[in-house]
Design a protein around this ligand. Structure first.
Ligand code: GAL
Length: 345
C-alpha cells in the first residue's frame, strides 16, 4: 500500500541532525548506531508477525538509504510468558539497546519492565497491547503505539449492518431478527473487550434486530476458533446467522469449521473479522468473510520506528502525532469486496 513518504522526510531530517550531532570524525563510515530491542507476546500471532515484518522492512529501508547509519534490532519472542519477557528486557538493557519496543504479554503487569528501563534511563515504546494509563504516565520516557479499539468494533458492526441490509436472505429463519455469536480474543485484552461491545452497539444503532446466542473465547487463534465454532454449531445448529469475530484469524477459523462440515454457502452465516491480514484479505476475496476492518500495521510499524529513532536520541518527537505526549493511535478502515483492491498487501 502507501509507502512511507512521511517516514522518508522525517528520517532525512532526523538522521542528518543526528549525524551532525554525532561522531562527525568518522566520515564515510557507519558513525551512528541505534540499537532497538523488540519483544512480542507471541511471534505466531498473525497480525503481530506481519507488523514485525513491516517494521523490519522499514528498518532495512533506513539502513539502505542513510549512509553512516546503522539501525539494528534485537528481537525476542516472549512466547506468552511475562516472566520470560521481563528477562528479555533485562538482556536488551545489558546488550546496550538505546530504545525498547514491548508488546506486553500481560498488559496489566508492565511494572518490572518500567522499573528496569527507568533505572537504565532507556525509553520504552509499548505497542498493540495497551497498558493502563496510570502505568504509562508513571515515567516520561514511556510511550504507546496502537489503534483505537472503539473504532474497530464500530466499523465491524456498521460493515455487518450494511451487508445484512443488502442481503436480507442472511436472516434464514425469516423472523426479522439476526441470531449471532461472538468469537472473542483473549480475556482482558483491551481489543477483545471493546470490540465485542461496540460491534454489537453499532448493529443496534444501524437498526438491525439482533439476538445473541452465545460468545466464546478463542484467544485470537484460528485453530481454537475452529474448535469453538464446532461447539457453537453443535449447540445452535443452523440458527447462527452472523459470526462477529474479534479478529481475522478467528473469523477464518469459523469458516474453516463450515468448510470441514461441507456446509453449502447459502446455509452459512455471514462471518466478519478485524485486521486485514494477508489471510484475512484472501478470506474476503474468496467470500469466506463478508468483510474485515483494517488494523493499520504498516502505519503502526512506521510510527513506532519514527518514535524509536527520535526518543533513542533524546530528540523531541514534535512532528509525530503524539496525544498527551504519549500515545500514537492509527485509524482503522472498513474493507469489503468493494474496496479490497486498495489493500494489495
Ligand atoms: C489485536 C489484533 C489481534 C491480535 C492482538 C494481539 O489488535 O487484532 O489479531 O494480534 O492484537 O494483541
Amino acid at each position: 500500500m502507501r509507502k512511507s513518504k512521511f517516514l522518508s522526510i522525517f528520517l532525512a531530517v532526523f538522521l542528518s541532525a543526528a549525524l551532525m550531532a554525532g561522531c562527525g570524525s568518522d566520515t564515510g563510515r557507519r558513525n551512528r548506531e541505534v540499537r532497538i530491542g523488540m519483544t512480542v507476546y507471541d511471534e505466531y500471532d498473525t497480525f503481530l508477525s506481519e507488523l514485525t515484518e513491516d517494521f523490519m522492512a522499514d528498518v532495512a529501508e533506513v539502513n539502505a538509504r542513510e549512509q553512516g547509519t546503522a539501525v539494528s534490532v534485537l528481537r525476542f519472542n516472549a512466547a506468552q510468558s511475562q516472566i520470560t519477557q521481563n528477562e528479555q528486557v533485562e538482556k536488551m538493557i545489558s546488550k546496550g539497546c538505546n530504545v525498547i519496543c514491548v508488546n506486553l504479554v500481560d498488559r496489566t503487569d508492565p511494572s518490572m519492565i518500567i522499573e528496569m528501563a527507568r533505572e537504565a534511563d532507556i525509553p520504552v515504546i509499548f505497542f498493540n497491547r495497551e497498558l493502563v494509563e496510570e502505568d504509562l504516565m508513571s515515567w516520561d520516557r514511556l510511550y504507546y503505539v496502537g489503534a483505537d479499539a472503539f473504532e474497530s468494533g464500530k466499523i465491524e458492526g456498521r460493515t455487518a449492518a450494511a451487508y445484512l441490509k443488502a442481503h436480507p436472505e442472511t436472516d434464514r429463519s425469516g423472523d426479522g431478527v439476526i441470531q449471532y455469536v461472538v468469537l472473542e480474543g483473549e480475556a482482558g485484552h483491551q481489543d477483545s473487550i471493546v470490540r465485542s461491545e461496540t460491534s454489537v452497539d453499532a448493529l443496534i444503532e444501524e437498526g438491525i434486530q439482533i439476538e445473541k446466542l452465545e460468545s466464546s473465547i478463542a484467544n485470537w487463534n484460528r485453530g481454537q476458533a475452529q474448535n469453538r465454532m464446532g461447539q457453537l454449531i453443535d449447540r445452535h445448529g443452523d440458527a447462527i446467522e452472523l459470526v462477529l469475530a474479534n479478529n481475522d484469524d478467528m473469523a477464518l477459523g469459523a469458516a474453516d469449521e463450515y468448510d470441514r462440515r461441507e456446509t453449502p454457502a447459502k446455509e452459512r452465516p455471514a462471518i466478519i473479522g478485524i485486521d486485514g491480514t494477508k489471510v484475512g484479505l484472501e478470506g474476503v476475496r474468496n467470500e469466506k468473510l463478508i468483510g474485515t476492518v483494517y488494523n493499520d500495521r504498516k502505519g503502526q510499524a512506521e510510527a513506532m520506528l519514527k518514535l524509536a529513532l527520535a526518543v533513542a536520541a533524546g530528540e523531541p518527537a514534535d512532528d509525530l502525532p503524539l496525544a498527551d505526549g504519549k500515545y500514537i493511535r492509527l485509524p482503522y478502515a472498513e474493507i469489503t469486496m468493494e474496496n479490497i483492491d486498495q489493500y494489495d498487501n
